[in-house]
Design a protein around this ligand. Structure first.
Ligand code: FAQ
Length: 314
């Protein structure tokens, strides 16, 4: 019989020593549940996140831009697959997770519920959205759960490429003609605050951070990661002549932080509760592709079954 108290002590000692927890190790149910919630929401974000950029593949302004965008969107799909696999190592069923996304029971990142109105939005997503994801995921690459932390290492490498192509795209537009400059500034104005919301509510309103930090799933709080992203990104905007849409923005010499105005968290809650500008379109698109892909799943299941039956006869 398992001695729960002893197992908990051993588990906490491992976490304190900086060791990884692996799928077959004993873990508290709450640790398992928190990980499944976070990893699955992350996986959902990756596959819903393919949609806003995917909209522009046929409209990319050159063959080079089209190839880069195709590769990026495909990478995001791959990230979703690694992450669903990581959730499966915790005993979750991929089918249940996807159904929870499609019937609105599980969340995905707020940021993918906004429309991509111009080509500049594609550069801005690479620069800001992937940039924010890297700041968050570099921390998650050091988290206590082995499969999640290892998935993050590869994902961060790819996200770095995504960010660079986004910043390069934005820089070219920012150095272009007046219309191009206006297009990219307009895109920055529409995505800035929403990207800051990706890091979640302020620490005092974050319901999960205490548990997540105790178990080293998160190593830093929402506000500390958001501040790092802000400090990294503002000089990048100024370097290419863009302005940040925040009248209260100021640099604090003492703390060496950029201080920002007030984030409208009502908007975040509204969007993550299903009422953003594109939530319904995004879920309808995911449902359609899930239904259209059903025959592939059936074929793959039958193939696996057939191979399982043959196993041992060879
Ligand atoms: N969006 O207690 P906290 C990407 C929810 S990947 C939606 O602070 P936590 C790559 C939160 O779930 C982007 N919901 O929560 C890419 C919780 O509700 P629940 C995704 C949000 O977990 C680029 C409630 O609010 N990355 O972009 C958000 O400690 C381009 C209270 O919040 C990840 O998922 C939000 N922004 O911190 C792909 C990384 N913020 O679940 C394609 C892993 C908060 O209790 C194209 N996740 N909520 O009902 C995390 O690091 C964390 O889960 C946070 C939230 C930071 C998102």
């Amino acid at each position: 019989m398992i001695n729960e108290e002893l197992e908990l002590q051993k588990f906490e000692q491992k976490i304190a020593n900086g060791e990884k927890i692996e799928p077959k190790d004993w873990m508290p149910e709450k640790y398992r549940k928190q990980l499944i919630r976070m990893i699955a929401q992350h996986a959902h974000s990756e596959i819903v996140g393919m949609l806003p950029e995917g909209n522009w593949i046929t409209r990319a302004p050159s063959l080079r831009r089209k190839m880069v965008l195709l590769a990026k969107v495909q990478d995001e799909g791959g990230h979703g697959l690694y992450l669903y696999s990581a959730a499966e190592t915790l005993g979750a069923d991929r089918k249940d997770l996807i159904e929870a996304l499609l019937n609105g029971k599980m969340k995905y990142s707020n940021i993918f519920n906004y429309p991509t109105l111009s080509w500049a939005d594609i550069g801005i997503i690479g620069w800001l959205v992937d940039g924010a994801a890297i700041v968050n995921q570099t921390m998650l690459a050091k988290c206590s759960y082995g499969p999640y932390s290892r998935a993050m290492i590869r994902i961060c490498k790819e996200e770095n490429f995504h960010k660079r192509q986004g910043y390069e795209n934005v820089s070219v537009l920012a150095q272009g003609n007046a219309k191009q400059k206006q297009m990219v500034q307009d895109a920055l104005n529409r995505w800035w605050w929403q990207t800051l919301m990706m890091f979640g509510p302020h620490d005092e309103n974050s319901t999960n951070t205490v548990d997540l930090m105790r178990w080293k799933i998160k190593l830093e709080t929402n506000d500390s990661l958001r501040q790092r992203f802000i400090n990294l990104t503002i000089p990048q905007a100024y370097a290419i002549g863009l302005t940040i849409p925040d009248n209260d923005l100021k640099y604090n010499e003492k703390t060496q932080n950029w201080e920002i105005g007030k984030i409208n968290f009502d908007e975040l809650y509204n969007v993550i509760n299903g009422n953003g500008p594109c939530n319904r379109i995004r879920i309808a698109e995911r449902k359609k592709s899930y239904e259209e892909g059903n025959w592939v799943r059936i074929a793959a299941e039958n193939y696996a079954l057939k191979n399982k039956n043959n196993y041992g006869t060879k």
